[in-house]
Ligand binder design. Structure first.
Ligand code: G1P
Ligand code: ZN
Length: 557
């Protein structure tokens, strides 16, 4: 029986915003406005119709993958979007139970050779927010040109087409796929689970504690660490829940984000020193916080450690000629310190340590490996950052070396030095305040020579991305930088993932060979200098905070 395609008018189309650092994030109420989702999805369908009709696009197979995190409303949204995609001529593959991590979606798109994927997640934002992002046939997140085209098309939509879910399912135009299994198979291939199981058998008492934060991580972690690796693992908050953990004691929604504010139980477990490896992951499982035996590690440091042991996952075979070790410009440059070491390690390759704009899409697009400061470590076998992969790779290194997490990290810092890093933010809801901040940062060069608190401003400007392969300058605002004396560097940029107001993210870094000391005394002079700089330039916004307390600081406490 031919599919019955229905078309309905959208009498009053919405003005739909442009996707930011990682998709379009809005509060639930905005996504739930009548016909908003339909208009959004129809615009995406129009884009993929245009793309897959173009002769030069090889992936004109008209298949799209849909899935996401368990947040409120997502299961219904997945069905609705699927109906609309089928109504526009696509075959749709839905993640089983609508549930897939962002990295598993990236892998599934690649495995199914799909034209792209629609990922429903607002990542680490609470369940009160909704987000939708697009990944392309390579498995990588959509870049600016796509985002702009989709945005334009979404705002031209006047009607939408759909096929009723059940009849599309019956006709085979909608299928279900077990992303958990597919993903665990990939990790098995890359990390050799058989060898890891053998190593674990020789380590009785080896224990793990994980926090799945009631996001999408639970089923993935259970399959990988318990079913396949046979690890003795406690998984806190394993069950995916639509409220992602619900409200805290003050009635505020919990953030499914692996930073210290939200993983109290795991911190307690790690502090006992009984667990060889611990980890927490955000709602769509692309962020991770790993550690073990009382120690937690930052993503930039973990990536340096992973690069040191890169041969364990066959990186030199995966990338035959060139290896790009990417990091977003605001991520601590630990990997840069290793350039010489990596060149020696991979003598047959050209090794590049590159800086990209913020947003993993810039790293993914290079088709290589990378890290960003917000707890995101890439998986070189897909095109996303990947929480479970990072934890499983750390586990492999622990088993291969017999060292603890702390010993491993100290080995890296001893050899290459440590980049002390902290992130802060200035936030508010007043647009004038944001305009003032922007103009101060744009004009920061005129303050060079001045002393702010204890540091002298030596250089200031903006960091712009020159693509390492095409050598083209990116058409995107990247970051402002303030270079103070004694190697104290600040970068700042506006957040692109919020659902209201503005947030200027402020990143402080300083290199030092004396690694075994608390972070705050090293970063405090930078924070003071930045605050003094803003005050001196006439900015009086009050809401400034630095988030050291949320981030690993292994030599305190
Ligand atoms: C934040 C992080 C950034 C990350 C993004 C998506 O974006 O800072 O590193 O890529 O979430 O996970 P921001 O809000 O700063 O734009
Ligand atoms: Zn995420």
């Amino acid at each position: 029986m031919p599919l019955k395609i229905e078309t309905a008018r959208i009498e009053k189309p919405w003005s739909i915003g442009k996707m930011g650092t990682s998709g379009l994030r809005l509060v639930q109420e905005d996504y739930n406005r009548p016909l908003f989702l339909e208009q959004f999805a129809q615009g995406v369908a129009d884009y993929f119709v245009e793309l897959t009709n173009m002769k030069e696009v090889a992936e004109n197979n008209k298949t799209l993958i849909i899935g996401g995190d368990p947040r409120k409303g997502n299961a219904d949204r997945v069905r609705r979007i699927a109906e609309i995609m089928v109504g526009n001529g696509f075959r749709v593959i839905i993640a089983k139970d609508s549930l897939a991590s962002t990295p598993a979606m990236s892998h599934t798109i690649r495995e199914c050779k799909a034209a792209g994927g629609i990922i429903l997640t607002a990542s680490h934002n609470p369940f009160t927010d909704v987000g939708i992002k697009l990944n392309m046939s390579s498995g990588a997140p959509a870049l600016e040109e796509t985002v702009a085209r989709v945005h334009a098309m979404q705002n031209e939509v006047k009607s939408y087409s759909f096929v009723a879910f059940e009849s599309a399912l019956e006709a085979g135009q909608i299928e279900c796929i077990d992303c958990v299994k597919l993903y665990a198979d990939l990790l098995d291939e890359v990390l050799h689970f058989g060898a890891m199981r053998d190593a674990l058998a020789l380590r009785p008492g080896f224990a793990a504690a994980f926090d799945a934060m009631h996001g999408a991580a639970g089923p993935f972690a259970h399959e990988v660490f318990i079913n396949r690796l046979g690890l003795d693992a406690t998984i806190l908050r394993e069950e995916p829940r639509e409220d992602l953990g619900g409200l805290d004691a003050h009635g505020h929604p919990l953030h499914p984000e692996p930073d210290f504010d939200y993983i109290g139980e795991l911190i307690k477990l790690n502090a006992t020193g009984k667990y060889d490896i611990v980890a927490a992951w955000d709602s769509d499982v692309d962020r991770r916080l790993d550690g073990g035996k009382g120690f937690f590690i930052e993503s930039a440091d973990e990536f340096a450690l992973f690069s040191k042991y890169a041969e364990l996952i066959g990186v030199e075979k995966l990338f035959p000629h060139e290896i790009y070790f990417g990091r977003s410009t605001v991520t601590a440059g630990t990997i840069d310190l290793m350039q010489g070491y990596l060149e020696k390690k991979f003598p047959k390759h050209t090794v590049h340590a590159v800086e990209t704009p913020t947003g993993f899409k810039w790293i993914a697009e290079l088709g290589n490996w990378g890290v960003e400061e917000s707890n995101g470590v890439g998986n070189p076998y897909i095109r996303e950052k990947d929480g479970i992969f990072a934890t499983a790779f750390l586990l492999k290194i622990l088993l291969e070396t017999g060292k603890t997490v702390q010993e491993l990290m100290e080995g890296v810092w001893k050899e290459f030095g440590r980049v002390f890093f902290t992130r802060g933010e200035v936030s508010g809801s007043d647009e004038n305040e944001k305009t003032l901040l922007t103009s101060i940062l744009k004009d920061a060069a005129k303050y060079v020579g001045g002393t702010y608190s204890t540091l002298k401003l030596e250089k200031a400007g903006s960091w712009d991305y020159i693509h390492p392969k095409t050598k083209q300058a990116a058409d995107t605002a990247c970051a402002f930088f303030l270079q103070f004396s004694e190697g104290n560097t600040i970068k700042a940029r506006f957040s692109g993932t919020g659902s209201g107001g503005y947030t200027l993210r402020v990143y402080c870094t300083k290199y030092d060979t004396q690694f075994a000391r608390p972070k705050s005394p090293v970063t405090q002079p930078m924070k003071d200098a930045f605050d003094a700089f803003l005050a001196g330039a006439g900015f009086s916004g009050k809401s400034k905070k630095y988030t050291d307390a949320n981030q690993p600081d292994p030599y305190t406490g």
